[in-house]
Design a protein around this ligand. Structure first.
Ligand code: FES
Ligand code: FES
Length: 210
């Protein structure tokens, strides 16, 4: 047992127990810390990036070489922005979670899942969709190859495969089968027309324009 004189609750000569002193000191320093952090956060918020939303904000996209002005919430995906606000229904919503490729677009030369991309994040970048491929009534060579070899059944996965093939052949104009397999492996055809899709990609190689 601790000697009485050392008992933590024993009043000191100035009338405050050590326990009370420690409690008071702890609360005091916590309050000071919280106040300091709040001050720091306040300073960062003032100096940091501007907060957008949650309501609608102006968003400007460059799609197939044309400016598209929208008012959307910052949380809206590129897929939703284009399909429901800009009437561009070529890109399809299938899984809506970045695994099937039906919503594939080309952003700044690279394929991207529009269902997993925020529209607000791709302002100022060139965005290409399947609607921008044909020239008048003339299909893009990749679209033509898909028709020629009958490389589609449902049509839902097709625009995504076409965009992925376009991106592939712009990068490798004479892509090998292996490169094509790798380039298209982010897209899924649930009914199994992969053989025809590969055939279309090989048919279009060398003729697909950049
Ligand atoms: S709908 Fe975007 S990856 Fe499936
Ligand atoms: S052709 Fe679309 S899922 Fe197979």
């Amino acid at each position: 047992m601790a000697p009485k004189d050392d008992h933590p609750d024993k009043p000191e000569s100035f009338g405050v127990s050590r326990r009370d002193f420690l409690k008071t000191a702890g609360v005091g320093s916590l309050a000071a810390t919280v106040a300091g952090v709040a001050e720091e956060v306040g300073a960062q918020t003032t100096a940091g990036p501007k907060t957008m939303g949650p309501g609608e904000v102006p968003v400007t996209l460059m799609v197939n070489g044309k400016r598209v002005d929208l008012r959307i919430e910052p949380r809206v995906t590129l897929l939703d922005a284009l399909r429901t606000r800009a009437d561009m229904t070529g890109l399809k919503r299938v899984c809506d979670r970045g695994s099937c490729g039906a919503c594939t677009v080309i952003i700044d030369g690279r394929t991207a899942y529009s269902c997993s991309t925020l529209a607000i994040d791709v302002q100022g970048k060139p965005i290409r969709t399947v609607e921008g491929l044909a020239t008048g009534n003339t299909l893009h060579p990749v679209q033509q190859a898909f028709c020629d070899v009958d490389a589609l059944m449902c049509g839902f996965c097709t625009p995504g495969f076409v965009m992925a093939t376009v991106a592939l052949l712009e990068k490798y104009p004479n892509a090998t089968v292996e490169q094509a397999r790798k380039g298209l492996d982010g897209n899924i055809c649930r009914c199994g027309t992969f053989v025809r899709i590969m055939e279309a990609a090989m048919k279009a190689k060398g003729v697909a324009r950049a």
